[in-house]
Design a protein around this ligand. Structure first.
Ligand SMILES: [Zn+2]
Length: 398
């Protein structure tokens, strides 16, 4: 059997399989059950979040020989032919390449034919925002007087480019970006059933890189798996995906504790020599600092630690406990500002270097609570190595 990429092999087949869009799938399920399916839908959301997939599941749900049913059987002729893209009643149109008024007119002529046996005729126009103004007008005429049992699903990444007149005749569903945790959970499920050995934290790296898109995460998983057949390890993933290793961030953070500017500068030199992109480096640093903050916050800690191995958790714990929340927040803020300034900087390397230097020379802040606690214990706390509290009387004596 030929190799099938994960994105194809694991394309959701039922509403329940669609990850992260329960607000939409449950509404659609209910509409099918109550026989209240709309004539026209707009599906919006960034790439790879399940718009087309959901449209295809809706088509099967409506035209399944055992339906309409929210749980299409997947085995009847109708379900199978929709799945393979050979069903005449379900027409997919790429709005980007069929965007002229003539294309929409021929679509309207096509709508005139009665269904080939299915209950509904469904027209899915992908990238609908690419239609010309004249094409939108032609489409509007059809939406104003929709033929019975014809359903339009207009999918788009840019809903603001769809005219209001079209909007007002459609039910709009906004697909959410999928959280890294949800994506990682799905990747884990796939790895388990494909018998792929994996590190949980590695899957989270893939999920974060996919930036809310399930499809992208599956392509990345393919890419990573092709490289590390004997197990998906975080370190390998970072090198395949061109991400900076966490060790580098750890070194920099430790250089802040040791007030050692050379380590920080050397790490910038190192990542540039190895061909990394500075904005990629800064993004990774933000993620690292975010993890540190989560470790530092008692309630949030569980979610951050869950993905790490016990050794990694202990190391992270050890590192984080040497910083106050206030210091971590200031470091986050510095890096966030650097990210923004990189876009306009004529000398990005120096922008990064100066941010790291600021970090190294930043005074460590001590929380009021810690201060009080250390006073209560008679001073001399290791928390406050350099703070000597003197009263005015003491200073006069000197
Ligand atoms: Zn079926």
């Amino acid at each position: 059997m030929s190799y099938q990429v994960f994105a194809r092999k694991w394309r959701p087949q039922t509403f329940d399989d669609v990850v992260g869009q329960e607000h939409i799938t449950s509404t659609l399920r209910r509409a099918i059950e109550k026989n209240r399916v709309a004539h026209a839908y707009i599906f919006t959301g960034t790439r790879g979040v399940g718009k087309t997939t959901t449209a295809r599941i809706l088509s099967r749900a409506l035209n399944c020989e055992k339906g309409p049913t929210p749980d299409p059987c997947g085995e009847c002729e109708s379900c199978k032919s929709i799945l393979s893209g050979s069903n005449f009643d379900v027409v997919e149109i790429d709005g980007a390449s069929n965007n002229s008024v003539d294309d929409i007119r021929s679509l309207r002529d096509n709508i005139g034919y009665t269904s080939m046996g299915g209950k509904y005729r469904i027209f899915l126009i992908d990238e609908v925002h690419m239609l010309t103004k004249a094409a939108f007008n032609a489409l509007l005429k059809t939406l104003e007087e929709p033929p019975p049992n014809v359903i339009f699903i207009l999918a788009t990444t840019e809903p603001q480019k769809i005219p209001d007149t079209i909007h007002s005749r459609c039910q709009r569903y906004d697909f959410r970006r999928i959280s890294a945790e949800q994506i990682a959970g799905q990747l884990e499920k796939i790895c388990k059933s494909e018998n792929i050995v994996y590190e949980k934290n590695g899957l989270l790296v893939v999920a974060r890189k996919a930036d809310g898109s399930m499809r992208d995460s599956l392509s990345l998983l393919d890419q990573v798996y092709a490289f590390c057949r004997d197990g998906i390890k975080e370190k390998d993933i970072r090198s395949v995906l061109g991400l900076v290793e966490n060790e580098i961030y750890r070194d920099i953070v430790e250089s802040v504790l040791e007030k050692n500017p050379l380590v920080a500068l050397r790490s910038v030199e190192d990542i540039l020599n190895r061909g990394f992109d500075l904005s990629e480096f800064i993004t990774g640093f933000q993620e690292f600092l975010r993890d540190m903050l989560l470790f530092r916050l008692p309630g949030a800690r569980a979610t951050a630690g869950e993905e790490l191995s016990p050794e990694a958790t202990a190391a992270m714990d050890n590192l984080c406990n040497r910083f106050s929340e206030g210091d971590l927040l200031r470091m986050v803020e510095l890096i966030r500002q650097t990210e923004a300034s990189l876009r306009w900087s004529s000398f990005p390397r120096f922008a990064v270097e100066s941010a790291l230097l600021k970090m190294v020379y930043m005074d460590s802040s001590v929380s009021v609570q810690q201060l009080i606690a250390s006073l209560g214990s008679g001073g001399g706390s290791p928390l406050l190595p350099e703070i000597h509290l003197t009263t005015s009387v003491d200073s006069k004596k000197k």
